[in-house]
Ligand binder design. Structure first.
Ligand code: GLU
Length: 439
């Protein structure tokens, strides 16, 4: 019979969900979902000064945004609760007393302290780091309960992991040195050990420990920058793991089916913002126009663009035309601003590059363009082809001028596609602003 996997994510609610925490949560979630196990959320709020209910909520909504749902937790309950350490004080007290009565711990005032046995070799097989062996002499006696009756992290984590029936402890490598201490406690209780998997450190591209300097650190900042949950999910999954083939872009379902703890590397993972952008863009390309519209609209509004003045169908067509431009929804909103309003075009482009010679030529072109029988891409292309041939100019010179006038940008989707969607009247209006066709 295969064991039922139970993993936990155990954040301290002393800040928002950061990249490191999101990464740990994600790997636990993947392992639970891959094995058909249970994912537990445990709130480690024993730091009374720094823990807040607000942070607890932000962490939960950050996990929800990433799509990491938990099966047991403070808000959902479960058979192993309570799931907040501050609600389990009685449990820690009785367990501390057990160790006191067996002579494994002693009191120092109100505090309870574990006596680290001498001459003991502590050894465990980490699923990522391999065998780790420490001598017990390395460690000083371990505080179990502080004088205020609150447990320390190492003690509470052991009592909880055991009593919550956790089979795999998956957490950041910064906890490797805590693990032998925790094993001493398991041994003192006579408890079986869970298995351990420590996740690699995450570094910036300068190989320094990830910090604010490397960019956004909280999961929410990514949302606000216009990253997709699927993009961030995919990017985080690639920090210290890969699916075993060349594929870099995958969805949740693929990740769940391919995930293996045995493929997690101990080599520090490099957090490369360019890669994060690239992966996000690939996920953006996979979105339907309807989804894109929902995602981009808030950013259009933030830019002060009149979303409500256009039909949804028009805006969805504009997003389709954008054809994968933009690495984030925020960028996509910016890059497509000219579909919603002429104002940003005017602010970017003054037509100062058009000398009288160029103007005279373009004037003839725009005059003929505006009176086409049919206003669509093929009729515009057809007319333009004939016109450039007759006038001995290059297609791209005409198209470039037209692009600046309609979009105020050097790059855009095919300019006749843009012109068709904007419609003849809007195009005439924009041309007129720049003095075309002249009187
Ligand atoms: N509360 C600890 C932390 O946030 C949990 C570590 C663990 O997973 O054991 O680092």
């Amino acid at each position: 019979m295969t064991e039922h996997v139970r993993v936990r994510f155990a954040p301290s609610p002393t800040g928002a969900l950061h990249i490191g925490g999101g990464h740990t949560a994600l790997f636990n979630w993947l392992w639970a979902r891959h094995t058909g196990g249970t994912f537990v959320l445990r709130i480690e709020d024993t730091d009374r000064q720094r823990s807040t209910v607000e942070y607890e909520k932000t962490i939960m909504s950050g996990m929800q945004w990433l799509g990491l749902d938990w099966d047991e937790g403070p808000d959902r309950g479960g058979d192993f609760g309570p799931y907040r350490q501050s609600e389990r004080l009685e449990m820690y007290r009785t367990h501390a007393e057990l160790l006191l009565s067996e002579g494994c711990a002693y009191r120092d005032g109100e505090a309870v302290i574990f006596r680290v046995p001498q001459g003991k070799t502590i050894s465990f097989d980490d699923a990522v780091y391999g065998n780790i062996t420490m001598q017990s002499e390395t460690y000083k006696d371990i505080v179990l309960l502080k004088s205020d009756g609150f447990p320390t992290y190492n003690f509470a984590a052991v009592v909880d992991d055991y009593t919550m029936d956790i089979t795999w402890v998956i957490r950041g490598e910064d906890h490797i040195m805590n693990t032998p201490k925790q094993i001493l406690l398991y041994d003192a209780f006579g408890w079986r050990l869970p298995r351990f998997a420590h996740l690699p450190m995450i570094l910036g591209t300068d190989k320094k420990k990830l910090s604010k300097r490397h960019g956004a650190t909280s999961v929410y900042e990514y949302r606000d920058l216009g990253f997709l949950p699927d993009g961030v999910f995919n990017f985080l999954a690639l920090l210290g793991w890969n699916p075993g083939d060349e594929r870099e872009v995958f969805d949740r379902k693929e990740a769940v089916s391919l995930f293996e703890l045995s493929r997690v590397t101990k080599k520090a993972a490099v957090f490369d913002m360019n890669k994060c952008h690239h992966i996000n863009q690939e996920h953006l390309k996979r979105c339907s126009p309807e989804t894109l519209f929902e995602l981009v609209s808030p950013f259009w509004k933030e830019l002060g663009l009149p979303v409500e003045s256009h039909s949804r169908a028009f805006l969805e067509k504009a997003l389709v035309l954008m054809g994968g431009r933009g690495q984030t929804t925020r960028e996509l909103a910016e890059y497509s601003d000219y579909f919603l309003s002429f104002a940003p075009v005017i602010s970017r482009y003054t037509a100062s590059d058009l000398d009288p010679g160029k103007r005279a030529l373009l004037d003839d072109f725009f005059r003929k363009l505006l009176v086409l029988d049919v206003w669509n891409v093929s009729s515009m292309e057809e007319m333009t082809r004939r016109w450039v041939e007759a006038n001995g100019v290059k297609m791209k010179d005409v198209a470039m001028a037209f692009r600046w006038i309609l979009t105020g940008r050097k790059v855009s989707p095919g300019i006749f596609e843009v012109a068709e969607l904007l419609g003849r009247d809007e195009v005439a209006k924009r041309l007129a602003h720049y003095g075309f066709p002249g009187a």
